[in-house]
Design a protein around this ligand. Structure first.
Ligand code: SF4
Length: 236
């Protein structure tokens, strides 16, 4: 599809419900909340929870143009053969940023105790995961999709040639004033601050895609599926 790119405003998703889940915290941090630090952890996390504001920013975009290894959204070109293949059957996609929020990051920066910083980092990870699920459900409800049929690609995920991390620049450009909207900044080395932040493009698909399929990293604690070396589409 070709034509003049239409620029749409990005939507901020705030007020994301976030509560403490003891089981998830234990899995993330391997800390036993009935152990000797239970009271200290609970007090610290209660204060942090009161200030936590996980949030998301996304856009609805239609593909203006595509080639075998590029996809253009609103006139911005993304270069990735895997992205192009994954989006070969869709016209509408949802570029996004999801973050634990600067509020929790501020709590962590003010803390000097190493253990407390570790606990807060676990809470930030929980906030991020909650916000990602919230955004998926939000997109499903708003756009008549099924949350379980939304897959994502993220710059820098998987082996380095899958979708280079340097393409964060284009993603931020597409989403506009990301820092002003949700407080997320991008460093010169394409890392996002706060650190518990993810960026990417959600797209509907019948064949679920996870970047780990194309990632040879060994012993990754976050691996969600085994390496296959393929993106799972028929004929590829
Ligand atoms: S295996 Fe780990 S590093 Fe590789 S894509 Fe999956 S989560 Fe990321």
């Amino acid at each position: 599809m070709t034509g003049q790119a239409k620029h749409r405003a990005a939507t901020i998703v705030g007020n994301i419900p976030f509560s403490f889940n003891e089981e998830e915290f234990r899995k993330l941090t391997h800390i036993d909340l009935s152990g000797p630090y239970a009271k200290a952890i609970t007090d610290l996390l209660e204060d942090a929870l009161a200030t936590a504001r996980p949030k998301a920013l996304y856009k609805v975009c239609y593909i203006d143009n595509r080639t075998e290894d590029t996809v253009e959204l609103e006139g911005i070109r993304f270069t990735s053969r895997v992205l192009s293949r994954n989006l070969s059957e869709v016209e509408r996609v949802f570029p996004y940023i999801v973050t634990c929020g600067t509020e929790l990051d501020t709590c962590l920066s003010a803390e000097t105790d190493v253990l407390a910083r570790y606990w807060l980092d676990g809470l930030k990870e929980m906030a991020l995961r909650t916000a990602v699920e919230h955004l998926k459900n939000h997109l499903a409800e708003e756009y008549g999709l099924k949350a379980e049929k939304l897959s994502t690609m993220n710059p820098g995920s998987g082996n380095k040639n899958v979708w280079p991390i340097s393409q964060q620049r284009q993603l931020f450009q597409l989403l506009g004033d990301v820092e002003g909207a949700v407080g997320v900044g991008l460093t010169d080395s394409f890392l996002m601050m706060p650190n518990k932040t993810v960026s990417g493009i959600f797209f509907p698909t019948e064949v679920n895609f996870v970047s780990c399929q194309l990632c040879t990293r060994e012993n990754c604690p976050r691996r969600r599926t085994e390496y296959t070396g393929t993106i799972g589409l028929a004929g590829h």
